[in-house]
Write a protein that binds this ligand. Structure first.
Ligand code: ACO
Length: 376
């Protein structure tokens, strides 16, 4: 039997920090509200492109695995933030890394993109299509955030992390997965303004309206992640006691606590990064995994539960059995270009291109675009 071992890991966090107090300089919000409702204190804002974040994370993961870029068969770029739609982002990472043999795929299931990418790459390795894969979770949400909307602007951040998967005959890597999509509720989270539906309208990239029903997403997220976790554990014949670590999607501390409580797993076995990075969508799980490894919280042979959800509303819960090695084989010298601006200056640059009074998109697109139903 072939398995897909996780042999490398690496993160790339942009250095500029946006605090709750920074947000309160241009939004009607407070540190107290954000902290008490979400657990978030700060998040990162990127000064570089999403592809650069992804490539640096990828280079670090490859060095950690001791794998040459030339030996990578598959790159999966998981996330909703693409510098361009064509060519795709994974091919840009491929060029930056120098990985000429790789097949390159962009995969977008919103916040679950990294997890779906892990499941996809694992399946491709286990069926013999590829032997080595690089799976990246990356987001650059600050560029298309509606910075005039306090309901969403306080919640998100930028970041990237990656893992290397390699064919193995030992039972390790992803050993179980439940994937699904609560599509009937897809309208609860929608970013209007980005995509072909908006072509020809007098709007520029970054001029968005976020439809966001926070309380509805909260309830559905807890339910979907909890049920998926129960199912994936049952299918593997494991109980909550046998889970060594939970590495959940980081959208809200209260969501994480609810999912852990439902699973019967104490918070000291749950990795939390939401206080310092906010919700980085597809990047939250791999960044949390890398931090868990760096903090030596992943034990050789340990069982890791990974529940996640995101726009769509996609959801999943993965089960990973770690291998023997929990330390890197090598280190990359890949670095981002130096950042010369503060996070607030970077955000204010995007804000300057957004019209708070509803000129273009907000004037043209008041109703939600109708959804066409095809077939039954
Ligand atoms: N500052 C101050 N007040 C605010 C802010 C803010 N930033 N945002 C909203 N409010 C106000 C609202 O206007 C509303 O006021 P009103 O009651 O006078 O109308 C009130 O606060 C909202 O309070 P609640 O709805 O009770 O807030 P809640 O406790 O539900 O927290 C939150 C809101 C944080 C959005 C929560 O619902 C949540 O976390 N939902 C899930 C979010 C999520 O998972 N997002 C990710 C989706 S998928 C993905 O990861 C991409």
């Amino acid at each position: 039997m072939t398995y897909a071992a996780i042999t490398g890991w690496g993160a790339c966090m942009p250095p500029a920090i946006l605090t709750n107090h920074d947000l309160a300089t241009f939004l009607d919000t407070t540190d107290e509200w954000i902290t008490s409702r979400t657990g978030m204190h700060e998040r990162r804002i990127s000064h570089v492109t999403a592809t650069e974040l992804a490539a640096v994370a990828g280079a670090r993961a490859l060095a950690c695995a001791g794998l040459a870029a030339g030996d990578v068969d598959l790159i999966i770029y998981g996330g909703t933030s693409n510098d361009e739609l064509c060519p795709n982002s994974a091919s840009g990472v491929q060029v930056m890394l120098g990985a000429p043999r790789a097949a390159s795929i962009d995969l977008n299931t919103a916040c679950t993109s990294f997890c779906y990418g892990l499941a996809t790459a694992t399946a491709m390795i286990r069926t013999g299509i590829v032997r080595n894969a690089l799976v990246i979770g990356v987001e650059l949400i600050s560029r298309y955030m509606d910075w005039s909307n306090r309901n969403v602007a306080v919640l998100f951040g930028d970041g990237a992390a990656a893992v290397v998967l390699q064919s193995s005959d030992r039972e390790e890597g992803m050993i179980g997965a439940v994937l699904g999509c609560d599509a009937g509720a897809r309208q609860t989270l929608r970013v209007r303004g980005v995509g072909c539906a908006y072509a020809g309208l007098d709007i520029s990239f970054g001029d968005t309206i976020w439809d966001f029903d926070g309380p509805a997403i909260f309830k559905r997220a807890v339910q979907a992640m909890s049920e998926a976790s129960t199912r994936v554990l049952r299918a593997a014949g494991l109980t909550a006691d046998q889970v060594d670590l939970v590495v959940p999607h980081q959208a809200n501390l209260r969501i994480i606590e609810s999912v852990a409580k439902y699973a019967g797993i104490p918070m000291d076995r749950v990795i939390v990064t939401v206080h310092k990075y906010g919700n980085m969508s597809a990047a939250t799980v791999p960044v949390a995994l890398v931090e868990a490894l760096e903090a030596r919280r992943v034990k050789p042979g340990g069982v890791i539960l990974i529940p996640a959800f995101g726009g769509g509303l996609t959801y999943c819960s993965l089960l990973v059995r770690w291998g023997e090695r929990v330390t890197p084989l090598g280190q990359s010298d890949a670095e981002l270009a130096r950042c010369t601006q503060t996070a607030l200056e970077l955000v204010n640059q995007v804000r300057a291109n957004q019209d708070p009074h509803g000129r273009s998109l907000k004037g043209l697109m008041t109703p939600v675009l109708a959804e066409m139903r095809v077939g039954r």
